[in-house]
Ligand binder design. Structure first.
Ligand code: NAD
Length: 502
């Protein structure tokens, strides 16, 4: 359901944010926002028209000259204020995530903390924007490079990290001197609206940060808007491909991060308990709705039986429930449709063995599915091929390390992968030859720290720059090289030859 004309009375309207103020949608179209723990509709989010997208872009365009002219010292000072305010309000922000996404509050706080790290990185923007200088490149000639903002840039974000993924985009974009239009997921948009309120409170001038809510209409208006210079996207692979192709065809710079099927390889010498703890945490945390979740366990040789048994023992101890309940460790899925789709993988593949069926013993209300474990999953099966994006862990048994690496490398996705072993040589070989953008060695969810950059390979990323960190600064700026001379007028003469440096 995407076109709710009239929402139930208790439902909160969620507006756009343009030029430093809420902007009630005028399209007459809105989408329902649910509390996934109860299944009840809690909000109705406005869906923008192309004209409303244009309003936000014009606001960002108007704010641009003053924002990009703000000194680096003042921009850094403002980022320290932003950091302090978001840190102080992190629990409130996390509650927005739990209420609309469903993830448990401690996990939501973890998301906010990882996003804050990107803001902290941006506090060093004066250092990050330093160029290079060559004095006396030619006699009396100096050459130097500077990095300048692109202009108005846009971010389109997924439902699964409603605060952190936008922070990956708006923080470096603003720090670099761009102004921003955010189109968050229509499934959990309140965190973006709250972000806008906080940024205003921190002192970010009106129009520098805008939020446009909506669906494909808003996305297409962004992709086609002539005044938007660049688009960052995070979401599923088919939409990432579409966004990349459309944005670049419209002359924009684009980075589009897509889906994943992250393999965790466990070698026979691995510590079984440590590998089982890691697999349970990485497969079922946030109900498996993480692009870095482990969804496939590749068990090498005779590690398979004890590993499957150790995971099976741990699953009943995972407390599934409302994310607002401090006792809960895993919350619901985002929507009823998504929960039903994820559940449809259980028992769907002939030859695979359902070890733990998450449909058993779930809370009755809300969009819950408990941790599920499927063994004997092979390439070609649905559970192997699809990004399920839920609390379903599949186990594939292989005979050798080589077979395990071949599986990872043949997979169309290349976001994250991990190896569990006590053998340093094997781990180093894995790091050397595995085809994925982020690799964990005895670390199951290797999301890079903020001063590195995040991004996958193959169908997990379209574009050539990863997100946040140094590559994020690169993405949101373009370089200019200046060749300068302050000559003595007495030496001036006409010379039609190509400039020489010697
Ligand atoms: P999604 O692709 O459905 O939606 C992402 C964004 O695209 C949303 O803002 C949505 O409104 C918009 N959108 C959806 N359909 C569209 C269409 N037809 N045309 C134009 N825009 C459209 O993704 P999602 O379900 O919100 O998020 C889950 C997906 O995101 C998973 O595949 C997950 O792996 C991926 N993800 C990837 C990363 C990463 O860093 N690689 C991080 C988080 C999530």
């Amino acid at each position: 359901m995407t076109d709710t004309v009239e929402a139930p009375a208790a439902v909160k309207p969620i507006n756009h944010w343009i030029s430093g103020a809420p902007h009630a949608g005028r399209s007459g179209r809105s989408g329902p926002v649910f509390n996934p723990a109860t299944g009840e509709q809690s909000g109705a989010v406005d869906f923008a028209t192309a004209e409303e997208v244009d309003l936000a872009v014009q606001a960002a365009k108007q704010a641009l000259p003053a924002w990009r002219a703000l000194s680096l010292a003042k921009r850094a000072e403002l980022f320290f204020a932003i950091r302090e305010l978001f840190h102080a309000q992190r629990e409130e922000l996390a509650k927005h995530l739990t209420r609309e996404h469903g993830k448990v509050l401690s996990d939501a706080l973890g998301e906010v903390t990882r996003g804050l790290e990107v803001i902290e990185f941006c506090c060093g923007i004066p250092h990050l924007l330093k160029g290079a200088m060559s004095e006396q490149a030619s006699t009396g000639v100096d050459v130097y490079s500077i990095r300048q903002p692109l202009g108005v840039v846009a971010g389109i974000t997924p439902f699964n990290f409603p605060a952190m993924v936008p922070m990956w985009m708006w923080a470096p974009a603003l720090a670099c001197g761009n102004t921003f239009v955010l189109k968050p997921s229509e499934k959990d948009p309140s965190a973006s609206f709250y972000t806008a309120e906080l940024l205003k409170q921190a002192g970010v001038p009106d129009g520098v940060f805008n939020v446009i809510n909506g669906d494909k209409v808003a996305v297409d208006a962004i992709l086609e808007h002539p005044d938007i210079a660049a688009v960052s996207f995070v979401g599923s692979t088919p939409i990432a491909r579409y966004v990349y192709e459309t944005a670049t065809a419209n002359g924009k710079r684009c980075q589009a991060l897509g889906g994943a099927k992250n393999h965790m390889v466990v070698l026979p010498d691995a510590d079984i308990d440590m590998a089982a703890d890691a697999a349970v945490s990485a497969a079922y945390g946030s109900a498996g709705e993480r692009c870095m979740a482990v969804s496939l366990l590749v068990a090498v040789g005779d590690v398979a039986d004890p590993l499957v048994e150790a995971i099976k023992q741990r699953i009943p101890k995972v407390k599934v429930g409302d994310g607002m309940d401090a006792a809960s460790e895993m919350g619901p899925l985002i929507t009823r449709e998504h929960r039903d789709k994820v559940a449809s993988y259980i028992g769907a593949d002939d030859g695979a063995t359902v070890v733990v069926d998450g449909r058993d013993g779930c809370p009755a209300d809300g969009f819950f599915l408990a941790p599920t474990l499927i063994d004997d999953v092979k390439p070609g099966m649905k559970a192997y091929e699809d990004e399920i994006f839920g609390p379903v862990l599949s186990v594939t048994r292989v005979a050798s390390y080589d077979e395990a690496v071949r599986l990872v490398n043949e997979n169309p996705y290349g976001n994250g992968t991990a190896i569990f072993t006590r053998d340093g040589g094997a781990a180093r070989q894995f790091q050397f030859e595995v085809q994925a953008g982020m690799v964990g060695i005895n670390v199951p969810i290797p999301v890079p720290v903020a001063y590195y950059s995040f991004g996958g390979w193959k169908a997990s990323l379209f574009g050539d720059r990863h997100i946040y960190g140094p590559e994020g600064i690169d993405f949101y700026t373009r370089s200019k090289v200046v060749t300068s001379r302050w000559p003595d007028p007495a030496t001036s003469k006409v010379d039609l030859g190509f400039p020489q440096t010697r």
